[in-house]
Structures are given as structure tokens and as C-alpha cells.
Ligand binder design. Structure first.
Ligand SMILES: *[C@@H]1O[C@H](CO)[C@@H](O)[C@H](O)[C@H]1NC(C)=O
Ligand SMILES: *[C@@H]1O[C@H](CO)[C@@H](O)[C@H](O)[C@H]1NC(C)=O
Ligand SMILES: *[C@@H]1O[C@H](CO)[C@@H](O)[C@H](O)[C@H]1NC(C)=O
Ligand SMILES: *[C@@H]1O[C@H](CO)[C@@H](O)[C@H](O)[C@H]1NC(C)=O
Length: 436
């Protein structure tokens, strides 16, 4: 680690620079090295102060490389500090989405808003502008190149599926996905192969990440969760996975009985059963912990490692009754400051962030494991206009406005705001590839 732009702001004649600069650098290098070992981050902090609206930090060397033989060129040494995509605002964007409902064949009916007759299309022309950096437009070829010969899996509830279908549509603009496997009712387990880059993409239905029995007509009238046991429907495939994107949340709001270590831990909203109400926050935390621990345990010995993303909670936007027209009627994003991440949305997000941080620390001792939170709560909260609403069904108002209309104010139209989640994920993958 070295000195930042040593000549910045100073005026020296060209001859001085060419003549003396190498000697200056040789002299400074040991000092810089010393400071790096004993004060890990002294220089970048002062650099960011100097360049307030940029996230570029210039370093003259790294601690592991030998002293430079000549003055290093800037493009070799510049790298970007990780961009924080959490905060920002939605800005108008003339470009619009990469794909539409007619060009992508893998959109779940209920989320194909345009083909279901949603009349306003303004919600397609916005892009997320992070506070301190830029979020480049999604480039499908870059994604496919980065993931070539790899297997990526989306694991979780219907939001995981929503995000997966967004990614498939984005990638399909560059390369054709072949559906190579399908299982379970309503396509809950599927796999595609992009032959062009040998990229495999899977989706696993696992709304709790841990073992669970879902409420059903034939089974219990509540969910049952085993918070200390990973769901082997995806866990047993970890050997074959190079990257997983986990996404859970909304299913934890439903009535459930929780088991831990074989005995009942408590329940959430289970009148009539003699169990203690314990809410769902601690349970969701435990489920995430169990899932991340299983990944780390099973992959730490393997040579090829794994990349793990956890998508933070995606807020819903019901304003009125869910079965009345206009349950999420907005047609534009919220403006900056109009809506804060608070209440349950904030608590759910915090649990994901904290558990991911803890897992990062835990994983650090093993090579090859990279974990990152995909912190989409704020940017999603700001998009009340991005849900299917009544257009979860085709042409809901073809016969006039009915008294009861089912609305989906939870999932996202495709294309739509959820494409941004994958846009951010690609930037994290690019950062990792650069070795940062
Ligand atoms: C990004 O910003 C959010 C909100 O300000 C903060 O909670 C989070 O810790 C930041 N992330 C990193 C990696 O600094
Ligand atoms: C969808 O995309 C195709 C191909 O790019 C284009 O021809 C068509 O007009 C688009 N449809 C809509 C509704 O934007
Ligand atoms: C494709 O990728 C898989 C890993 O996902 C690998 O096992 C296989 O050898 C690759 N095939 C080719 C032809 O490179
Ligand atoms: C409910 O649980 C308590 C404590 O486990 C027990 O003492 C009680 O008998 C139970 N009541 C019923 C109706 O099962």
C-alpha cells in the first residue's frame, strides 16, 4: 500500500518528474509498507476526502508485490472502493428495460404485466441511481462470461423465483437458455443451460431455507419449520453449486409451529394449539443462520468454493384492502425522503444484514467463500408502482370494475424494478473478479 497521488496539486517541471520520481518512490516505499502493516487503512481515507464525488482510490502498490521498477501507470493501480448501492434514488431513464414480455418466454403469468393489459408503462422508465456511484446497465454477456462453466442457483420463496426469472430474461437477450430439468407443481424446481457459455441456472423452492412442511389442505393448517435443519431439497445439491442466491421473508409472516432440536420451540399465530407465541423474527434469523452455516460447512473443504448472496427483504405495498381495485395504485416511484425503511421492513432487512455479516466473519477463515448481502430493501420500498396489482390476472377490468379483485402488491412485474437486483449482483461479481 502506498502514497496517494504524490504529486497531486503540486507543480513540477516535466524534467523533474522523469528524473527524480523513481528515486522518490523507492524512498517512500518502505515507509508506506511499514504504515500499511501497522495502520491498515491510513491512506484511502484521506484520498476519499480529497475526491469527494468519486469512489476511485489510487494506490501506488500492493503489499505483496515487489517495489515498482518504474513509475506504475495509473490504470494498473487504480481500483474502485466497493460501491454502496443501498441508498440512492430512482431517476427517469429513457432507455427502458432490456427485454419485454414478448421477447422473454420465462415470465410467470401473474408477473407478465404488459401482456396482462397493464395500461401504464411509465414504471419501466426508471433506473436506480446510488448516492455515491454509478450502477451500469446490465450487460448479459459480462454476466455469462463471469459465470461461464458455473452453476448458479436461486433458493427461496416466490421472490427468489421472481428474481431468477428477471435474470433469465436479461440473459436471454444475449443467449438462449435451454430448459433442461423441471420438477414439482407450478415449476418449483427448474434448471436451464446456456450452451453458449456453459452456464447453468437453477431455481429451488425452499420458502424457509430450513426443513419445513407447508400448510396444505391435506396436511397441517399452519406451516411447520425445523429451524436447525437445512432443507435438503437444495442443501444436498451444494456440491454442484458455484453460486447461490438466497431469498426469503414473506412466508415467515404466516401461522407456523417451530421446532428446534426435535422439540417445539414455539409458534406464530397458532390459536388453539398450546404453544408459546414467539413471533417470527428470531425464527427467521435462526433459519438464515442454519442455511449459511450449512453452506460454509459443506463448501469449506471443497476446492472450488462458493459465492453466496442473500437478498434482503422486499417490502410489499398494499395501501387498501387486498381484494379491492387499487390496492397498490401508484404509477410512479416514491421521491427521495417520501418513504423511509421502517417497522417490519427495517427489522427484516436488519436480520439479513446482521446474519450475513456474522457468516462473513465465520467464513473468513476458509478460502474460496464469498458472501454478500444484496441490500434491495430501500430501492424496492421506493417502487410502489412496480407490482402487478390487479394485472396478476389477464385483463382484470375487461368486464368493468368488479367488487372483488385480487391484487399482487408483493411480487414485481417483469420487466420491472427487480431487474435492478440482478444489475447490482452483476456489479458485485465484477468486483470479486477484479479481486477486491
Ligand atoms: C451501505 O449503506 C447502508 C445505509 O447507509 C449501511 O447500513 C451499510 O452498512 C453500508 N454498507 C457498507 C458495506 O458499508
Ligand atoms: C418487445 O421487444 C421487441 C423486440 O425488441 C419489439 O419488437 C417490441 O416492440 C417490444 N414490445 C413492446 C411492447 O415494447
Ligand atoms: C460445463 O460446466 C460444468 C460445471 O458447471 C463442468 O462440469 C463441465 O465440464 C463444463 N462443460 C464443458 C464442455 O466445459
Ligand atoms: C398446555 O401446556 C402447559 C405447559 O406445557 C401444560 O401444563 C398444560 O397442561 C397444557 N394444556 C393443555 C390444554 O394441553
Amino acid at each position: 500500500m502506498g502514497v496517494t497521488s504524490p504529486l497531486k496539486g503540486q507543480t513540477h517541471s516535466r524534467s523533474f518528474i522523469t528524473k527524480f520520481l523513481p528515486y522518490v518512490l523507492y524512498a517512500l516505499f518502505p515507509v508506506a509498507l511499514f504504515r500499511f502493516y501497522f495502520h491498515p487503512f491510513p491512506f484511502p481515507l484521506s484520498t476519499t476526502d480529497q475526491i469527494p464525488h468519486s469512489n476511485r482510490i489510487i494506490l501506488t502498490s500492493s503489499s505483496s508485490s515487489p517495489p515498482p521498477l518504474s513509475f506504475p501507470r495509473e490504470e494498473e493501480i487504480a481500483y474502485e472502493t466497493p460501491c454502496n448501492y443501498t441508498n440512492g434514488r430512482w431517476v427517469h431513464d429513457k432507455m427502458g428495460p432490456l427485454y419485454n414480455g414478448t421477447t422473454c418466454g420465462t415470465i410467470k403469468d401473474g408477473q407478465n404485466c404488459i401482456s396482462h393489459g397493464r395500461p401504464d408503462l411509465g414504471y419501466l422508465y426508471w433506473r436506480w441511481q446510488p448516492s455515491q456511484c454509478e450502477l451500469p446497465r446490465f450487460d448479459p454477456n459480462t454476466f455469462l462470461n463471469l459465470l461461464s462453466h458455473k452453476h448458479i442457483a436461486f433458493v427461496g420463496d416466490s421472490m427468489a423465483r421472481n428474481q431468477l426469472e428477471s435474470l433469465l430474461c436479461l440473459l436471454a437477450t444475449a443467449s438462449n437458455p435451454n430448459l433442461v430439468y423441471t420438477n414439482g407443481e407450478d415449476n418449483k424446481f427448474r434448471r436451464w443451460h446456456f450452451a453458449s457459455h456453459n452456464v447453468t441456472v437453477s431455481v429451488y423452492w425452499s420458502p424457509f431455507l430450513v426443513r419445513g412442511v407447508e400448510k396444505s389442505k391435506a396436511g397441517p393448517d399452519h406451516n411447520e419449520l425445523y429451524v436447525d435443519v437445512v432443507d435438503e431439497r437444495w442443501g444436498s445439491d451444494l456440491d454442484h453449486l458455484d453460486m447461490v442466491v438466497l431469498s426469503i421473508g414473506h412466508w415467515f409472516l404466516h401461522p407456523a409451529v417451530y421446532y428446534d432440536g426435535g422439540s417445539v420451540l414455539g409458534c406464530h399465530y397458532c390459536p388453539g394449539l398450546n404453544h408459546t407465541e414467539i413471533g417470527f423474527y428470531d425464527v427467521m434469523r435462526k433459519a438464515i443462520k442454519t442455511a449459511l452455516e450449512a453452506i460454509i460447512e459443506r463448501k469449506m473443504g471443497s476446492g472450488n468454493g462458493i459465492d453466496v448472496f442473500l437478498t434482503s427483504f422486499s417490502p410489499s405495498h398494499f395501501e387498501g384492502e387486498w381484494d379491492k381495485a387499487g390496492a397498490c395504485p401508484k404509477t410512479e416511484p416514491y421521491k427521495e425522503g417520501e418513504k423511509m425503511v421502517e417497522g417490519m421492513d427495517a427489522d427484516m432487512r436488519t436480520i439479513a444484514v446482521e446474519e450475513m455479516e456474522a457468516a462473513k466473519v465465520n467464513a473468513k477463515q476458509f478460502g474460496g467463500l464469498r458472501l454478500e448481502i444484496l441490500d434491495v430493501t430501500k430501492l424496492s420500498l421506493m417502487r410502489p408502482d412496480g407490482h402487478p396489482g390487479p394485472y396478476m390476472y389477464p385483463f382484470p377490468f375487461a368486464n368493468g370494475v368488479q367488487e372483488h379483485v385480487q391484487n399482487d402488491c408483493v411480487h414485481w412485474c417483469l420487466p420491472g424494478p427487480i431487474d435492478t437486483w440482478n444489475q447490482i449482483m452483476l456489479q458485485v461479481l465484477r468486483r470479486w473478479r477484479r479481486g477486491e
